[in-house]
Ligand binder design. Structure first.
Ligand code: FES
Length: 197
């Protein structure tokens, strides 16, 4: 193996290690989560849709899958979380999701096909860091009016549990909702919304 090939190999390994560490940081939030970073073989093909098994996702838990090299969060929201989203309306910049950061079927109060499950690209719309989930119990850290959501530690952007950006955040837009469909009650297809049941 030539010197250049060796350097390339080390670089590739570093990229893999960094990606995994980033994924773990993303899911290492202060809430329970059911599954960690498990890119499927299909995900490795450029742009291929990925299936997520959500059949064991309990209320309040978040699952992270990789799609097109990005973390995609699937959060099963509780009734209290949905109520918190309603209360966050006055605090977010685009409460009605007027900016097309989601497919039409997610342009609604909870930015989702089913109220319970939200699917979001976990990449901050400011400069691309991955925000961390902060539950509503984190009021001491996030402020008295905090109803649960996501916090980007890079420059302090805040998002609610529908991915709507808080007013005053450096991030200009809501977190994107990728195209997705329910293939069955327990399976979501991310990256393709034409195959849903
Ligand atoms: S990258 Fe998230 S606030 Fe800057």
């Amino acid at each position: 193996m030539s010197q250049n090939e060796k350097v390339d190999k080390v670089r590739r390994n570093l990229v893999v290690a960094t990606t995994v560490a980033g994924g773990l940081a993303t899911v290492g939030a202060a809430v329970p989560f059911a599954a960690s970073w498990l890119p499927s073989e299909r995900a490795k093909a450029a742009g291929a849709p990925v299936e997520a098994d959500i059949s064991r996702l309990a209320p309040g838990e978040m699952q992270v899958v990789e799609w097109r090299g990005k973390p995609v969060w699937i959060l099963r929201r509780t009734k209290a979380m949905l109520d918190g989203i309603k209360k966050s309306d006055p605090m977010v910049s685009d409460p009605k999701s007027e900016v097309p950061q989601q497919p039409d079927y997610a342009k609604n109060e909870f930015r989702s096909i089913k109220e319970e499950f939200v699917v979001l690209e976990g990449v901050c719309t400011h400069l691309g860091c991955s925000p961390q989930m902060k539950p509503m119990e984190a009021k001491a850290e996030m402020g008295e009016t905090w109803e649960g959501g996501f916090y980007c530690p890079c420059h302090g952007s805040k998002f609610d549990l529908a991915g709507r950006v808080y007013k005053g955040s450096p991030a200009p837009l809501n977190l994107p909702v990728p195209p997705y469909a329910f293939v069955s009650d327990g399976t979501i297809l991310i990256g393709d919304d034409k195959k849903g049941a």
